[in-house]
Design a protein around this ligand. Structure first.
Ligand code: ADP
Ligand code: ZN
Ligand code: ZN
Length: 821
């Protein structure tokens, strides 16, 4: 009797046993995929994690359909890591498997298979089976696995499909069709037949009667000559030539048709790296060099090091130096970013150093591209020795990881919200690094409280840079008191006179301006116009959210509610207002105040399209806009060299977001946005408009006082029982039946609060208490530091199991979110 233990790509917390022949038993290795039947008629791609001879006790093991791989495509370290993720984040191993693999590697019976529309197919290169599938797809637009089994009259059809996918002929249903294309730039060169001197004479002869064409050709020669005198002869773009020759695209076109010019395309990020560094040696400044040495020193003793360097201190260059060292050891390197949209900038910078050793793993890539990177990493190919990606790059089949960088480690996008696994990429990366004996560098100008706490308590190394690169000064931050400005009628819409004046100044000097309005402003709070007071929860240290239809104020953490007050509890004024205004309104106001300026907006609405984000960043960088209004996307490590002024429209709606991380996040966001100002020689300026100029967090931003923020928050976290002192597990319960849900969540809450010897809060009705017709309740469990989180989770899981066993609650879905962000 021979068996394999497999993971199925389903939300099932078990592994399953299938039987195999003796020959298969000796062939199969852990980490190979097998196609298996499951349920009545389904087929899935399962992953082998064990080969054994133990007959399952509870069911008759079915036979596998076939083996899909010749060698493992998942490593043992990966499997162990996935098991850790499943157990730590309380989800099914099948969820991790499904989330980790590119979907083309997870073919299943329900997958719709169709022909790729834009591919040219040479049918003579297809095998008989492949041709039959191809032919069938000329008759109908899509096929399921079962159809193909019928067409080929055999069970083992996955390899045929896989081959056709590899050959770029088929696409699978879930595939995201949008493929990431680095920007292409169009260049011109002389047709090869004119390259010799003799050819030149001929050329001038041809153009004798075409003055305009001759002009542009002459200009082309001039440009080439200038380039040569400056050293490296850079290729000449069509755009530049037309500009310089004061000519037109039509004339260029005519010259191409005459075969005098040839045009060609290059990826912008490969050739046109315009950074200040260029091909030469990268010279670290003294501060950078010291930090670099300290990080290496710290790695001799610790696995993780935090690089806390102010905005524009040149952290990226330190990463580059470290990557260089790890590359020399032949190990693999993973560079995690919080936001895919930032890769374009970074890939360019890294490729300038490491050329084609840099690969990008991108959720926007199509299946083939993702599988390509997967295989390169699996085979330890040089082409993917450095992998850049967002959080999912963590799941690639690394063999010999030496170094992981987590840039902007404080960003909450590192935590996956939906679907499971709801993992935090930073924390999961640290665990992964441990199995590879690799080192982890966390980088941020505004580290998360948790990370800084770990650094301060000696768990992580800590290296700090307090000065910007090149002696650039930190921006000068000025506060504008909105209460005073409204009182003295110095406001135009949401703009204070000070902000308007500073914008005018910057614009008149040809400098650019960034205005920041947090998207989170949508969640309304009640605010006193006279004193700016916003009602707070007595138990949670967060502000209360205004619920209009119930006319209530509500705490989103403990469920505390109160009727909407009729007067301010701080100053008794009856002038209360509800707040929340967005970027669009700011943009409208700007247009009327600065009618002659070009204004752009960057938020979820304007960046929705393909690479919308990149387009806006590019055009702002190219100075096609004077003012950019945006949300938190602006806070994410962008490097603009002509921005001298940053305005924060309203600091208060960030501060009063109902969240125990609100002050930490406000500090991070304001500091990061402020950091976009004055990255070149001139000192930048930041204007923060607020009702609370004396608020501690705002003072801390103004004084660049990270430590002050950290100490204050840490104190609050301890008092109010939050991380790093307590670990938070959030349970979300969902059901269509309101009363059943209410009853069920109360049942679960009571069981938990009676049996867990720790704070349990809830069951709370969240602000958005119904989504897609499902009602929602949440329960929060706070696990103290000195209690075993593993055992607690086991206890919680047991309670969840008994909850599931109660017949009338069976329809309630429960989602666990560990280390809820
Ligand atoms: P951070 O990531 O810390 O905000 P960056 O790495 O983006 O800072 O560096 C800020 C600016 O300074 C960038 O434009 C970068 O090119 C430049 N810079 C940093 N270090 C160096 C260096 N050693 N040599 C040349 N330019 C540098
Ligand atoms: Zn509360
Ligand atoms: Zn008041």
């Amino acid at each position: 009797m021979y068996f394999v233990e497999v993971i199925l790509p389903l939300s099932l917390d078990k592994t399953f046993t299938y039987s195999v022949s003796e020959a298969e038993f000796h062939y199969i290795k852990k980490g190979m995929r097998v196609a298996v039947p499951f349920g009545k008629s389904k087929i899935y791609t399962a992953l082998v994690i064990e080969i054994h001879q133990n007959k399952p006790a509870l069911y008759e093991a079915k036979e596998i359909h076939q083996i899909l791989d010749e060698r493992p495509i998942v490593t043992e370290i990966q499997i162990r890591h996935w098991q850790w993720i499943a157990s730590y984040y309380m989800c099914a191993i099948g969820d991790v498997y499904r989330g980790a693999m590119p979907s083309a590697l997870l073919l299943e019976s329900e997958t719709l298979i169709s022909q790729k529309t834009d591919s040219f197919i040479d049918t003579s290169l297809l095998s008989d089976d492949e041709f039959l599938v191809y032919e069938a797809l000329q008759q109908q637009s899509s096929l399921k696995v079962q159809d193909i089994i019928a067409i080929l009259n055999k069970k083992n059809i996955f390899p045929v499909i896989q081959k056709l996918v590899d050959k770029n002929i088929l696409v699978l249903q879930e595939e995201i069709q949008e493929s990431y294309k680095p920007k292409l730039v169009r260049y011109l060169r002389l047709h090869p037949k004119y390259e010799s001197n003799q050819g030149l004479g001929e050329l001038l002869e041809t153009l004798k009667n075409a003055n305009k064409q001759k002009e542009i050709v002459m200009r082309y020669f001039q440009l080439c000559a200038t380039e040569k005198t400056q050293g490296a002869a850079k290729p000449i773009t069509v755009k530049k030539l037309i500009e310089e020759a004061n000519s037109s695209a039509a004339i260029v076109k005519a010259l191409i048709e005459k075969e005098i010019f040839e045009d060609y395309f290059l990826q912008e990020d490969r050739v046109n790296f315009n950074g200040k560094i260029n091909e030469g040696e990268l010279q670290l400044s003294l501060d950078q060099q010291t930090a670099f040495e300290e990080i290496k020193q710290s790695f001799t003793q610790k696995e993780v090091c935090l690089l806390h360097g102010v905005t524009s201190s040149g952290k990226t260059e330190i990463y580059i130096k470290l990557i260089e060292e790890y590359l020399a050891t032949g190990k693999q390197i993973l560079y995690l970013l919080p936001e895919i949209a930032l890769t374009t900038q970074l890939v360019g910078r890294l490729r300038a150093y490491f050329g084609n050793k840099v690969a990008v793993f991108h959720s926007k890539y199509n299946n083939n591209e993702r599988i390509e990177v997967w295989n390169q990493v699996l085979q330890k190919s040089e082409k993917a020795q450095v992998v850049i990606g967002a959080r999912s790059a963590l799941f690639l089949p690394f063999h010999d990881l030496g170094f992981i960088i987590i840039d902007e480690e404080h960003e909450q996008t590192f935590k996956q919200v939906d679907p499971a696994p709801r993992y935090h990429a930073r924390d999961a990366a640290i665990v992964l690094a441990h199995s590879h004996k690799a080192k982890v560098l966390l980088g941020s100008a505004t580290p998360s409280i948790e990370t800084y706490f770990n650094a301060k308590s000696d768990k992580f190394g800590l290296v700090e840079i307090t000065k910007r690169f090149g002696n650039v000064m930190m921006p000068n931050i000025e506060l504008v008191d909105l209460k005073d400005k409204y009182f003295r009628k110095k406001m135009t819409g949401h703009f204070s006179d000070v902000l308007i004046e500073e914008i005018s100044n910057a614009l008149s000097l040809g400098e650019q301006v960034i205005l920041f309005q947090n998207r989170r402003g949508y969640s309304p709070v009640v605010e006193c116009i006279t004193c700016g007071h916003v009602p707070q929860c007595q138990q949670c240290d967060v502000s209360l959210t205004y619920h209009k239809h119930k006319n209530q104020l509500r705490c989103h953490y403990c469920g505390y509610t109160m009727a909407k007050p009729t007067h301010c509890h701080a100053c008794s004024s009856i002038d209360l207002t509800t707040k929340g205004f967005g970027t669009e309104q700011i943009e409208q106001e700007l247009i009327s105040i600065f009618p002659n300026s070009k204004i752009g907006r960057m938020d979820q609405d304007t960046t929705r399209g393909k690479f919308g984000f990149e387009k806006i960043i590019d055009s702002f960088k190219n100075r096609e806009m004077d003012i950019l209004v945006g949300t938190q996307m602006l806070a994410k490590g962008l490097d603009f060299d002509n921005v001298s002024l940053v305005g924060i429209m309203n600091a208060d709606n960030m501060l009063y977001h109902p969240d125990f991380r609100a002050f930490e996040r406000s500090f991070q966001m304001m500091t990061q946005v402020a950091g976009r100002a004055g990255r070149s020689e001139k000192q930048g300026k930041v204007i923060i408009q607020t009702y609370n100029p004396n608020h501690n967090t705002i003072q801390q931003v103004t004084n660049n006082d990270y430590l002050g923020m950290y100490n204050e928050q840490l104190y609050d976290r301890q008092i109010y029982k939050y991380p790093p002192y307590f670990r938070i597990i959030k349970l979300t319960l969902k059901q269509r039946d309101f009363d059943k849900l209410k009853e069920g969540s109360m049942w679960l809450y009571q069981v938990m609060s009676q049996n867990l010897n720790m704070p349990v809060l809830g069951p709370e009705e969240p602000a958005i208490s119904r989504i897609r017709n499902e009602y929602i309740r949440t329960i929060i469990i706070k696990i103290p530091q000195n209690v075993s989180i593993g055992n607690t989770k086991k206890t919680i899981q047991k309670m969840l199991n008994s909850f599931e066993a109660v017949a009338q609650y069976r329809a309630i879905k429960v989602i666990s979110n560990v280390d809820f962000y």
